[in-house]
Design a protein. Structure first.
Lengths: 459, 459
């Protein structure tokens, strides 16, 4: 990086806006074990400053990596020594909440949890939630089209965004801060940037959709003995709850056995010897009616032998206990090194896929531990595979074992985490040549010098 | 068009695939008063044929207009003598319904109503509905990102599309027939084509999302005396119905007075002297519970003086009667020539906007009739303005009177109908220079010869 450019950036952002020390102590991913290698971190406070940064950088061909909360799982925020970081850590203003339109206007560095809490304080609800809510920023959620636990009812991050402001590689500000549910005036440009992992533009502000708060959650853990009953149970619960199903999270025995010991649990909420467990949650407004409806739906499921055991949470404490089992990803820690995959595929292909994938892993090393859980209702599974050793060959063999069988089943190598650097070599397994060509054409159109998060997602 | 090209197209498509006679009897819009001027209509039956057509046309620089059901309101399917029409009228196959994944795979020429009926016959539900359902095709719905009456709960056409197959201007087939709710493997290319009105690619097939059918609809017409009470009523009903609100359609007295006489109505369901009427509908699964909940919500609204009158439909016949008032657009016919606008704007700006807009119209001619109705819950209003005469100057004056006051209020010239030819001159009123630049860049990237619906939406 040229001393001239650094000088100009100091002038632009002031001493608080340019960090050159202590950078290596920062991490760039959600595992916390990936050091930031960049030599300079810029901390703008406005869209205009981001625009000015990109005008300077594009004039000099300086590459940048935009960072939000750095909770990604795919090396999407990795940096090299010759890259600049643009950190959104000072763009944390919630600019306004409009109770009549039910929108919130924010800068992109606001942590997800702040947005959730602000919506709640206004008697409303922001329909995106995920484990890293405390540190993940809304800009990162948008840039990766984050998923999480409520997709089945409310959709992904994309569906929560009404308007977007983006700085392009050449510094132009694309301001599409639409506030309406409907706007068909020309191409809807925001979708180019949502989910493109910071490679096509830098998200600086957004208009978010808020909804009615549904204060009553009814939660149960159920067990079943066959995979094929889970999709049937999903459809049964969707129908029987009349659209109130808010979560349908599945836990394979492999995961349940290690995860139930998580926070506050002393004994498992259900015995550990069922093949499959499902965490069900409905959300509504009438505690008694919702409970009766939920119990009736479970009763029918029991009669139809879709489930063989069930426990309904009787208190908020018990609800949290059930969710703690689902969320106990740290219980995988003893099996490190592991890869936590994030595949998605049609429900009708899932059982067959898992058999082939597990056989592939056993061929590599039959002692490797595999734990499966995920958002079955969205076709999205997290499979944690123990590597045994962290040699690149082993890693590659395991990746191929997991990704290979997706191809002929119409599956995807990423349901929600995105591609980053980690999955880039495998993108061709789930995207056609023409799809990849078009992605490359878009990248070249919007970032011809490859300045924005260069080398992530696609070449 | 060169005789050589025509000869090649005959060879490709056979005699049934090429129509050269009776074309002027076809109409190209939803008003039915716009003749098709093209000299040749092509009727492919497969994506491959569409691809072959575009390879031939791009080699010769031949411009094409893709047509579905031609129910658009914006001159989006207009043709000139030197353009070819690619009609989807023979691409009408519903290829499969997957009950487990809850998806339907279709060719793009299938009429919307066939998709709705097929979903229903499988005990499922396709969450897009609009007046032209019988002739509008799913390909047209996707190409225009159609809205309709259920957006408030389920979103627009965009939200119902999981996968898409598109033929590009150069004949390449972009097949992104994703079946999952979640797929973050690289850029989500389908969003480029949804809502781009056939200017970036030709939609040939799609994977649609199906949902649980909610068989119980509870419907009421209510009246209120102040505009400002409608947004409050919307938020009240959203909360009080726990997310079950399916429609919130508003009718101004100006529209209600002429529309109540529609099909099957002899006397108005509510007196005609209230300033505002709202058609409310909830959808669920339990007739009695839903009704009690709905009545309780109305009672609270009455106590809070949000509404001053209400009638609940007691039968399906009565429900249809209430919807017939809403849908009685033909009652505007005596006021022809009219323009039916399709604006959207933030709820908090709407009342003030309408005042300014009406004052503008009165300045042109104080005798012109204005009728307002629309999807207030989505920020989207239809305003019908009588022109008095059909001189281009009058038309332009009225358009400016309606579109002008949108600009400073963050409104849009099109909530759902799109831009086509009709609204193109006004796009700059609701899109910034950078937005329009980027739209033009995308058009140039994907269709450098301007072969696809050239001159619609943008230059």
């Amino acid at each position: 990086m040229s001393p001239d450019l650094l000088q100009q950036l100091y002038q632009l952002l002031g001493p608080k806006g340019v960090v050159t020390e202590g950078i290596e102590q920062r991490t760039t991913d959600g595992w916390g074990n990936n050091d930031c290698l960049a030599s300079v971190i810029l901390r703008p406070t406005t869209t205009q400053q981001v625009s000015d940064i990109m005008r300077l950088c594009s004039a000099e061909g300086q590459k940048v990596v935009t960072q939000g909360g750095c909770t990604n799982m795919t090396h999407a925020c990795d940096t090299s020594r010759d890259e600049l970081v643009i950190s959104m850590e000072r763009m944390t203003v919630i600019e306004s909440v409009d109770n009549s339109n039910r929108t919130m206007t924010v800068q992109s560095g606001v942590p997800l949890q702040h947005i959730q809490e602000r919506a709640e304080s206004e008697g409303l609800f922001f329909a995106l939630d995920l484990g890293a809510r405390g540190s993940a920023t809304i800009g990162g959620n948008i840039a990766t089209n984050a998923g999480g636990n409520q997709v089945i009812r409310y959709g992904m991050a994309r569906e929560q965004v009404l308007g977007l402001e983006v700085v392009l590689a050449d510094g132009r500000i694309l301001s599409s801060m639409n506030q309406m549910l409907k706007n068909n005036a020309g191409y809807d440009l925001k979708h180019l940037f949502i989910g493109s992992e910071g490679t096509l533009g830098i998200v600086t502000r957004a208009v978010l959709r808020l909804r009615s708060r549904l204060p009553v959650a009814t939660t149960a853990l159920v067990a079943t003995d066959q995979f094929s009953k889970m999709p049937r149970l999903l459809n049964h619960m969707e129908s029987a709850l009349g659209g109130k199903l808010g979560a349908f999270e599945t836990l394979w025995q492999s995961y349940y056995r290690i995860a139930y010991g998580g926070e506050q649990q002393t004994s498992p909420p259900l015995p550990v010897d069922y093949p499959f467990y499902i965490l069900l949650e409905s959300t509504g407004i009438d505690a008694q009616q919702d409970r009766e409806q939920f119990l009736a739906a479970l009763e029918t499921a029991m009669e139809q032998e879709l489930i063989c055991d069930a426990v309904l949470a009787e208190s908020q404490h018990q609800q949290q206990g059930l969710w703690a089992v689902r969320d106990n990803i740290p219980s995988l820690q003893p099996y490190q090194p592991i890869i936590l995959f994030d595949i998605s595929l049609p429900l009708s292909e899932m059982e067959n896929y898992l058999e082939e994938m597990e056989a592939n892993i056993r061929e590599i090393d039959s002692s490797l531990f595999i734990a499966t859980l995920g958002h079955l209702g969205d076709g999205n599974l997290h499979v944690a595979v123990q590597l045994g050793n962290d040699q690149p060959e082993r890693r590659k063999a395991v990746e191929l074992a997991v990704y290979g069988p997706l191809q002929q089943r119409g599956g995807s190598i990423s349901g929600e985490h995105g591609i980053g650097l980690e999955k880039k070599p495998y993108l061709h397994l789930c995207r056609s040549e023409v799809e990849i060509q078009l992605m490359e054409q878009l990248k070249k159109l919007l970032d011809p010098q490859c300045l924005l998060n260069c080398g992530k997602v696609i070449e």
